[in-house]
Design a protein around this ligand. Structure first.
Ligand SMILES: Cc1cc2nc3c(=O)[nH]c(=O)nc-3n(C[C@H](O)[C@H](O)[C@H](O)COP(=O)(O)O)c2cc1C
Length: 160
C-alpha cells in the first residue's frame, strides 16, 4: 500500500487532541495524542495508540498508569510542545498541572481529564494499543476543543 495515500486518507478523519502523561519514581513524561477514543462504558475503558519508540509509552509500561488531558482550542502551543521528544522537567515546572492518582499530573487548563490504570497493552505494528480503565475523571474548563484535521490544527468557520 502507498504510505502517502494511507496517511492522506486517514487525515480526512477529524479528531480532538489530548496529552497523555505518565510518571514513575524517575521521570514524568507526556505526549500529544489524537488516537484517543472511548472503548466501553461498563467497565469504563478508553484507548490510545502509542508509537513503539515513544518515551511516554515506556513510562506507561513501567507505571501502569496515565492521565489523559483533553485540550481546549487555546492550547495549540502545548500540543506542539508535547509533540517534541526529549527531557520535560522544565516544561512540567512551567505548566499549570494538578495531580491525579499516584501523583500523575494532568493539565488543569484543559477541557477535561481522565485518570487511568492500564487494562491491557496490545502490540499492533509500529504502535501499541494501550487500553486504560478510567478510575477517575472530571470536567475542567468549558471551552471550544482543539481539533486536528488534514494534518493541521482546525478551526471551524464561525457561523453567522
Ligand atoms: C496532533 C498530533 C497527534 C499525535 N498523536 C499521536 C498518537 O496518537 N500516538 C503517538 O504515539 N504519537 C502521536 N503523536 C506524536 C507524538 O506526540 C510525538 O511523537 C512525541 O514526540 C512523542 O513523545 P515522547 O517520545 O516524548 O513520548 C501526535 C503528534 C501530533 C502533533
Amino acid at each position: 500500500m502507498d504510505t502517502k495515500i494511507f496517511r492522506e486518507t486517514l487525515a480526512q478523519f477529524a479528531t480532538g487532541i489530548t496529552v497523555v502523561i505518565s510518571r514513575t519514581a524517575r521521570t514524568t513524561h507526556g505526549m500529544t495524542v489524537n488516537s484517543f477514543t472511548s472503548v466501553s462504558l461498563t467497565p469504563p475503558l478508553v484507548l490510545f495508540c502509542a508509537d513503539n519508540r515513544s518515551d511516554t509509552f515506556q513510562t506507561v509500561q513501567e507505571s501502569h498508569r496515565f492521565t489523559v488531558s483533553i485540550l481546549a482550542d487555546r492550547q495549540e502551543a502545548l500540543s506542539q510542545r508535547f509533540a517534541l521528544t526529549g527531557p520535560q522537567e522544565e516544561l512540567f515546572q512551567s505548566l499549570n498541572c494538578r495531580e491525579g492518582i499516584d501523583g500523575i499530573p494532568y493539565l488543569a487548563d484543559g477541557l477535561a481529564f481522565l485518570d487511568c490504570s492500564v487494562e491491557n497493552i496490545i502490540p499492533a505494528g509500529d504502535h501499541h494499543i494501550v487500553i486504560g480503565h478510567v478510575d477517575n475523571l472530571g470536567l475542567l474548563n468549558p471551552s471550544d476543543p482543539l481539533l486536528y484535521y488534514q494534518s493541521n490544527y482546525y478551526r471551524p468557520a464561525a457561523t453567522s
